[in-house]
Write a protein that binds this ligand. Structure first.
Ligand SMILES: Nc1nc2c(ncn2[C@@H]2O[C@H](COP(=O)(O)OP(=O)(O)O)[C@@H](O)[C@H]2O)c(=O)[nH]1
Ligand SMILES: [Mg+2]
Length: 244
C-alpha cells in the first residue's frame, strides 16, 4: 500500500528520524556533512582489457559494469571516502580507451597523486607491460606518485597466468603496494583505492608530501579550507576589537 506523507501525526517521528540521520551524516571533526579535507587526483593505468573501467565503475557504483555499457566508457569518476577519520575526495581519471592506441597523453598524467596500475592475472602480456606503464607514470606524473599494483580478474583463478608471488615480488622491487582484485565480485576494489589514499595521507602527515607544491595532485577540500581560514578570521577579529 502506498503511504501518502501528511503533516500532522507523523511529523514528530519524521523530525526525530531526520535529526538522527543528520547526526550520522555529520562529521564534526571535519566541520560539516562529509566535507572533504583533501582532494586527490587518481589515475587508472594499464593495458586495454585489464578491467580498468570496470574497477572504476565497481568502486563508484558498487556494481559490475556489464558489457552493454562498454562503448560509453567512463572517463572520470569521483567519490568521497573516509580514511582514518578524514574525508578525502578522489577524482579518478580513466583512460577512456586512449591506451588502445598507445596515446595516453601527458595531460592525463599531469599532477596525479595516486594511481592504480592494473594487469590481468590471466594475461602474461598485460603483466609484461607493467614496467613501461610504471616508467611513464613516474616520468609524466611525478616521481612521488603513490602506486598500487592491482592484479585484476582474481575471480578467474583457473585461467591464471601470473602467480601472486611473482607479482608481489615485482611490487616489492618497485616500491608498489599490491592487491589482487576482482571488478566482477568487488573483492579488494574499495581496499585498493583506500590503501592508496591512506599512503598519500600518511606521506602528507609525515611531511614527505607537500600539498602546496605545484603538481602534487593534492588540493585542500572545504573542510581544510574552513580550518585554514578560521584562525586568520579570528586574528582579524581580535585586531579589530583591540584597535591595533
Ligand atoms: N571475470 C572478470 N572479468 C572482468 C573483470 N574486470 C573486467 N572484466 C572484463 O574484462 C573486459 C575488459 O574490461 P574493461 O573494464 O573494459 O577494461 P579496460 O579496457 O582496462 O577499461 C570486459 O569484458 C569486462 O567484462 C573481473 O574482475 N573479472
Ligand atoms: Mg576502459
Amino acid at each position: 500500500m502506498n503511504k501518502i506523507w501528511k503533516t500532522g501525526e507523523d511529523n514528530g517521528w519524521w523530525t526525530f528520524s531526520g535529526l538522527i540521520l543528520l547526526c550520522f551524516a555529520t562529521d564534526f571533526s571535519t566541520g560539516g556533512i562529509f566535507l572533504p579535507y583533501f582532494l586527490f587526483k587518481f589515475l587508472v593505468i594499464g593495458n586495454a582489457g585489464t578491467g580498468k573501467s570496470c574497477l572504476l565503475h565497481q568502486f563508484i557504483e558498487k556494481k559490475f559494469k556489464d558489457d552493454s555499457n562498454h562503448t560509453i566508457g567512463v572517463e572520470f569518476g569521483s567519490k568521497i571516502i573516509n580514511v582514518g577519520g578524514k574525508y578525502v575526495k578522489l577524482q579518478i581519471w580513466d583512460t577512456a580507451g586512449q591506451e588502445r592506441f598507445r596515446s595516453v597523453t601527458r595531460s592525463y598524467y599531469r599532477g596525479a597523486a595516486g594511481a592504480l596500475l592494473v594487469y590481468d592475472i590471466t594475461s602474461r602480456e598485460t603483466y609484461n607491460a607493467l614496467t613501461n606503464w610504471l616508467t611513464d607514470a613516474r616520468m609524466l606524473a611525478s616521481q612521488n606518485i603513490v602506486i598500487i599494483l592491482c592484479g585484476n580478474k582474481k575471480d578467474l583463478d583457473a585461467d591464471r597466468e601470473v602467480t601472486f608471488l611473482e607479482a608481489s615480488r615485482f611490487a616489492q622491487e618497485n616500491e608498489l603496494m599490491f592487491l589482487e582484485t576482482s571488478a566482477l565480485t568487488g573483492e579488494n576494489v574499495e581496499e585498493a583505492f583506500v590503501q592508496c589514499a591512506r599512503k598519500i595521507l600518511n606521506k602528507i602527515e609525515s611531511g614527505e608530501l607537500d600539498p602546496e607544491r605545484m603538481g602534487s595532485g593534492i588540493q585542500y577540500g572545504d573542510a581544510a579550507l574552513r580550518q585554514l581560514r578560521s584562525p586568520r578570521r579570528a586574528q582579524a577579529e581580535s585586531a579589530q576589537e583591540c584597535g591595533c
